[in-house]
Design a protein around this ligand. Structure first.
Ligand code: PLP
Length: 402
């Protein structure tokens, strides 16, 4: 009864829409790739992207930058994080998040993770009180949003400034409100594996005029801050322009040209991702060995990847499971591996942050598996992938230690 091997590629995203290719070719023909290199009173592609993204996100301001990591780093600096101070963040996150904190000379302190893969609000509260932290870089890792009203209540009570890492929540909402609009700023990535693809790129949104003015100068505006598509009134710069360093992390017109048509199609892409995610989640949840994180009704997520847990699996069985799946062409990642391979989402591999004791997060990571769901996969592909995962879980089940 050998099942057919899966032959799709977990790293194959959709091509750039023709409109984006045409617009990018026009930028190249013009030679005006730098975002501030505009003829007369034209609007550059970067300016247009900022204007369109701000409107879509419902933010007053948007700044296009070089990467999601740069969006976070600039946001922390523009928000006033000082060298040496503590910045709280999720223990379950990706390397560029503690990296952004380290880049501003601050110290990441990790907050525990719940079994639904979101920040533990009790631990947040106690660590904020213990460390006196003024900032939280909240990472909606793999697209999971915590109870945002409860988070805001905690943040208000202990006077924490919140910056959201929305690398996997572009387009997600909590009770109808967009991810990235809850704190001082939202940081988005347009790197190839996120929800818009320009190879590299980032977007920073905020409703705070002085914050975004600082961020714009930090991003490397060469005092050309009036050439922005969704920036504050030029007067906002008067008091800060000579006190804010230029750290050169701009987005160029070529990338912006690739992104604009993708933004027009994002709602369709979200529906397509969720159809794939929900099919797999339903198939996997039917197996009692597998636990799918609970998604509250308030959360409208974007299922560009799926996470599942096998709560009692041993490290040995997890490795066997990965091997069986790889043999069948199914690329699943396991967060419990001791050595980072291809990605790092384990606080033990961020030694610069200092050793931190996170037993609950460690236990969750040891049981946690993850898979990308590129839109090049059909629903039939997802059925076949589910078959293979269920087969593999059954095959390792006898080795599962209760
Ligand atoms: C990808 C990612 C980022 C950073 O994006 P880059 O554009 O690669 O710098 C930040 N946070 C999370 C959770 C991510 O997955």
């Amino acid at each position: 009864m050998a099942r057919q091997r899966f032959t799709g590629s977990f790293t194959q995203q959709l091509p750039i829409p023709d409109e984006g290719i045409t617009a990018a070719a026009a930028v190249m023909r013009s030679g005006r790739l730098h975002r501030y290199n505009i003829a007369g009173g034209d609007e550059s592609e970067a300016m247009a992207l900022e204007r369109e993204y701000a409107a879509w996100q419902g933010a007053r301001f948007c700044l296009a930058v070089a990467s999601g990591g740069q969006a976070m780093q600039i946001a922390l600096r523009a928000a006033g994080v000082r060298a040496g101070e503590t910045v709280l963040t999720n223990a379950f996150t990706l390397a560029p998040v503690p990296g952004a904190i380290a880049a501003v000379g601050a110290k990441p302190v990790f907050v525990e993770t719940t079994e639904d893969l979101v920040i533990d609000l009790d631990d947040l509260s106690s660590k904020a009180k213990r460390t006196g932290a003024r900032y939280l870089l909240l990472s909606h890792m793999r697209g999971h949003m915590c109870d945002m009203e409860a988070l805001l209540a905690v943040a208000t009570e202990i006077d924490l400034t919140v910056i959201e890492d929305c690398a996997h929540t572009m387009g997600a909402t909590w009770n109808g409100r967009r991810s990235g609009s809850f704190g001082l700023a939202g940081c988005f990535s347009t790197q190839t594996y996120k929800h818009l693809n320009s190879g590299e790129g980032g977007l920073l949104t905020s409703d705070d005029a002085e914050f975004i003015a600082r961020a714009t100068i930090l991003s490397g505006s060469y005092m050309l801050y009036e050439r922005h598509g969704a920036g504050p009134n030029p007067d906002t710069y008067t008091n800060i322009r000579l006190d804010t360093p230029n750290m050169s992390a701009r987005m160029d017109n070529l990338r912006a040209a690739l992104l604009r048509p993708q933004l027009q199609g994002i709602e369709q892409a979200i529906c397509a991702w969720n159809a794939r995610h929900d099919l797999l989640a339903a198939r996997l949840a039917a197996n009692p060995e597998i636990r799918i994180p609970h998604r509250p009704a308030a959360e409208r997520y974007v299922g560009s990847s799926i996470q599942f847990m096998i709560p009692v699996i041993s490290a040995k069985s997890a490795r066997v499971l990965l091997r069986l799946l790889a043999d069948m062409g199914v690329e699943v990642k396991w967060f419990g591996a001791k050595a980072p391979a291809g990605f790092t989402s384990d606080h033990h591999s961020w030694r610069y942050a200092g050793a931190q004791d996170l037993p609950r997060t460690d236990a969750i990571l040891a049981s946690l598996f993850d898979m990308r769901l590129p839109l090049t996969f059909s629903l039939d592909d997802c059925e076949l992938i589910a078959d293979h995962i269920l087969d593999a879980v059954t095959a390792v089940a006898p080795k599962v230690e209760a």
